[in-house]
Design a protein around this ligand. Structure first.
Ligand SMILES: NC(=O)c1ccc[n+]([C@@H]2O[C@H](COP(=O)([O-])OP(=O)(O)OC[C@H]3O[C@@H](n4cnc5c(N)ncnc54)[C@H](O)[C@@H]3O)[C@@H](O)[C@H]2O)c1
Ligand SMILES: [Fe+2]
Length: 374
């Protein structure tokens, strides 16, 4: 028996923050970061709930740690909210999810949980995942729980208008890697495929537009929707070793998640597709990538050329977005990276995203992909 589910209700487009009017007079905790707390979107969120008693926890940092979650939960118990709002990128949303989970686990009355993403990337507003960093062991820990679904996601394109080009590119590449990984995952399904395919069409068309002109609000809206669709896809189909490797590297070297995914994705496609020489029968995974390449307009006849068409589409987009193509471009000294490879491969092997990678992997395989990133 299989299940496909979308639990979160979505309000989208211009004026979607008006949904918050239902919570006029409520007791609200807003989880955000120090920058987002000062923005116009924050002011609009507050203004949309007249008479509400609002507490703001704005101490979330990128790649949130266990300490930040503990701090936020303390604030939650003091505020005792009936509405929990996460405002920001993946980091505030994931922090709020972990707080929400702890509140439920400790028997508190369930608050309505609303996510307002201000980046178009993590898809966290649609998923039951949160990624929390253990600073002591330098690892990113993906957590999974049905208690972490936001009840409502508000996709207001105005909330992403201020996202600067570098962040737009990095987070967009995160969304793109969610869609590609979900499409080929061992748990792929027709339902998630539909979401992933649509997300990819939108991202290839509109992400470069938002990178060049952040004020193109129609393009912003389409990319915002795409990131959400990609979230629905991977929530149901899972991810793969792009994310396992990205979590491992990001835990050790603190590089932006989406930028790392952009580096790793083409290497993983080539690895997962396997041997594509003319005399070999293409693997089922290669056929999936080829199918995706065709869906995105790669017209060559052979499976090999279609897979390579997909890889080159991604490499071109990466170049258009001025994104790094090797590990040294991240400011990570290659000798330090080489020394870390065995540990990174071990960490990636244990990552919960690894079992659904379409090609089963060993530590040696992961080391091979990591060396390729040099
Ligand atoms: N839960 C999931 O399913 C999931 C999926 C992918 C990634 N993640 C996690 O999400 C985190 C990354 O999230 P992210 O990339 O969205 O960014 P983020 O939340 O870490 O924010 C990065 C920076 O961008 C700024 N920012 C956010 N919105 C802005 C806006 N509209 N204008 C200007 N600046 C803005 C923030 O203030 C912050 O300084 C990582 O921890 C990653 O592991 C989670
Ligand atoms: Fe991601």
């Amino acid at each position: 028996m299989n299940r496909f589910q979308i639990k979160t209700e979505i309000y989208y487009g211009a004026d979607s923050l008006a949904y918050l009017g239902h919570h006029a007079g409520a007791t609200v905790l807003i989880v955000t970061d120090a920058f987002m707390a000062t923005t116009t979107v924050m002011a609009q969120v507050v203004a949309a709930m007249p008479g509400a008693t609002i507490t703001v926890f704005d101490r979330v940092l990128p790649n949130p740690s266990i300490e930040v979650v503990t701090d936020g939960y303390r604030c939650y118990t003091e505020a005792d909210p009936t509405v929990l709002i996460a405002l920001g990128g993946g980091s505030p949303i994931d922090t709020a999810k972990a707080i929400h989970k702890i509140a439920i686990a400790t028997g508190r009355k369930r608050a309505e949980f609303i996510a307002i993403p201000t980046t178009s990337g993590s898809g966290s507003e649609m998923t039951s995942y949160a990624v929390i960093t253990n600073a002591e062991t330098q690892t990113k820990m993906p957590m999974l729980s049905d208690d972490m679904y936001p009840d409502v996601a508000i996709l207001d394109p105005e909330a992403v208008r201020t996202t600067p080009p570098r962040l737009t590119a990095d987070t967009g590449m995160d969304a793109l890697s969610h869609a590609v990984e979900a499409y080929v995952s061992a748990n792929h399904t027709d339902f998630a495929d539909a979401m992933a395919e649509k997300a990819l069409h939108l991202l290839f068309e509109y992400l470069p537009v938002t990178y060049v002109d952040g004020n193109d609000i129609e393009a912003r809206e389409r990319v915002h929707n795409a990131a959400c669709l990609a979230g629905m896809a991977f929530e149901n189909a899972g991810l793969g070793i792009v994310h396992s490797l990205s979590h491992a590297i990001g835990g050790t070297f603190s590089a932006p998640h989406g930028r790392l995914n952009g580096l790793i994705l083409p290497a993983v496609i080539e690895f997962n597709a396997g041997d594509l020489r003319a005399r070999e029968t293409p693997s089922p995974t290669a056929l999936r990538y080829a199918q995706l390449g065709r869906a995105l307009g790669a017209t060559p006849v052979s499976v090999r050329a279609q897979v390579q068409g997909l890889v080159s589409l991604i490499r071109h987009l990466r170049r258009d977005l001025d994104m790094p193509e090797r590990i040294a471009d991240f400011g990570i000294p290659p000798h330090e990276f080489v020394a870390a490879i065995p540990g990174l491969a071990e960490t990636a092997l244990a990552d919960p995203c690894t079992p659904v990678n379409p090609r089963p992997v060993t530590t040696a395989d992961l080391e091979q992909v990591l060396r390729y990133l040099l």
